[in-house]
Design a protein around this ligand. Structure first.
Ligand code: FAD
Ligand code: UDP
Length: 383
């Protein structure tokens, strides 16, 4: 009898498997319908021998020392600060928009204070910042919004930024200095030997059995287990009984070029042209030296594997209905980006999984704890 059936071997499922197995000594069956562990963070060596990310670029960043320390038990790190260029008006300029972005695009020589005034003169007054359009036009004005955000967002989400919650474009800041890093977090690095190696170390416990290419519905009534952790789409778990929760999908086109380098940074965004949103060249992330180079083109899609919850009020409402069902379902915990319908980065999913582990530990004493309590109880009775 397994103590836990954990569905999904991404960050949410693997962190919980690791904690439950190693900290409590629980017996875990960790399954995934895919043929690999790691969830969307899975990476692999392609036919040319270049390390690529099967589901698009994954850059680790966090402000939490505790999360960085926890993951450091399973991997060494390669220091890496992410930089992105946007292909705008025929030029490659930094995104997030910064001083160099504006000076390059407009042929200006502004300083940081000039740029503040320049933005202020263009920013539109928005009474209440609600949507992904509001966030940007209220800071930098409509022209830069159109150049950098409108087209990209329409491609990525299949809807206008005015229809999306403000949290989506708010992920990308605006700067008046020359800082061209995509993230400002205190810890930014890549797992030195890749994400998959890190996941392997995480689930390498005699208390964890991993079964791949295994559907939850095919084994849930066959394999005896006390409790379940589900990290797949929450609407799927409940048989879509309130209707489908919208998720955005992507098609990835992986290519290898017979040349050493393709672009100056790891990611180039295409907000104005092309059907794809961005192109990733992995060597910049991995530091790998090779005579060839591998790239991924991302084509957003309505159909396909669910990758992104779509932050809009009506979707949140539908999710809340499923969440109420989840809360009323005994012995099943819902964790991760798909099961809690949150546009979470990897570190946020790790944090959510660790918090869930603490709640489980508070709610369920281990078999060993129970024995100790009995022993103490018996001792006290005798005394
Ligand atoms: P997932 O990784 O999706 O894992 C869930 C697993 O459950 C999947 O492997 C799935 O196959 C399995 N599953 C689902 N249903 C079933 C079932 N019924 N039976 C069996 N198995 C099932 N985050 C960052 O911090 N930095 C980045 O740079 C970054 N870039 C990203 C780029 C892209 C293109 C995408 C899509 C995401 C990116 N993320 C990034 C987010 C990151 O991928 C997620 O935060 C993280 O992987 C979520 O982990 P998870 O365990 O919740 O879900
Ligand atoms: N975005 C944009 N133009 C860009 C970069 C981002 O319009 O050049 C918007 C777009 O809506 C995108 C969101 O900001 O989905 C968040 O960007 P991020 O790079 O965080 O997306 P992710 O890496 O999660 O796909």
């Amino acid at each position: 009898m397994y103590d836990w059936l954990i569905v999904g071997a991404g960050f949410a499922g693997s962190v919980l498997a690791e904690r439950l197995a190693n900290e409590r000594g629980d017996k875990v069956l960790l399954i995934d319908r895919r043929n690999h562990i790691g969830g969307n963070a899975y990476d692999r060596f392609d036919e040319a021998g270049l390390l690529i990310h099967q589901y698009g670029p994954h850059i680790f960043h966090t402000n939490s020392e505790a999360i960085a320390e926890y993951l450091s038990r399973f991997t060494e790190w390669r220091p890496y600060e992410h930089r992105v260029l946007a292909h705008v008006d025929g030029k490659l300029v930094p995104i997030p928009i910064n001083l160099d972005t504006v000076n390059t695009l407009y042929g200006l020589e502004l300083g940081p204070e000039d740029l503040e005034a320049w933005f202020a003169a263009r920013a539109e007054a928005v009474a209440e910042i609600r949507t992904s359009e509001d966030v940007v036009v209220s800071k930098v004005g409509r022209e830069l919004y159109e150049k950098f955000f409108r087209g990209y967002t329409r491609k990525q989400w299949g809807m206008d930024p005015s229809e999306l919650d403000k949290s989506v474009t708010a992920r990308v800041p605006t700067r008046t200095n020359r800082d061209d890093r995509y993230f400002a977090d205190s810890f930014q690095a890549m797992p030195r030997h890749g994400y998959t190696r890190m996941f392997e170390a995480m689930v390498a416990s005699p208390n964890i059995n991993v079964m791949l290419q295994t559907e939850y519905r095919d084994i849930r009534d066959i394999v005896p287990h006390r409790r379940t952790i589900f990290t797949g789409p929450i609407d799927e778990f409940f048989g879509y009984r309130f209707g489908r929760l919208p998720y955005r999908s992507l098609q990835f086109r992986h290519v290898t070029l017979n040349q050493e380098n393709h672009q100056p940074v790891a990611v180039v965004n295409y907000p104005q042209t092309e059907d794809y949103t961005r192109v990733t060249e992995y060597k910049h992330l991995t530091g790998q030296e090779h005579l060839k180079t591998s790239l991924t083109y991302e084509f957003p899609a309505a159909e396909g594997d669910p990758y992104y919850p779509i932050p809009r009020p009506e979707n949140q409402e539908l999710f809340k209905r499923y969440e109420r069902l989840a809360l009323a379902t005994p012995d099943v915990w819902f964790v991760g980006r798909l099961a809690t319908y949150r546009y979470y980065n990897m570190d946020q999913v790790v944090a959510q999984a660790l918090a869930t582990f603490r709640r489980i530990s508070d709610a369920l004493p281990t078999e060993a704890d129970t024995r100790t309590v009995h022993a103490i109880g018996t001792g006290a009775a005798k005394a």
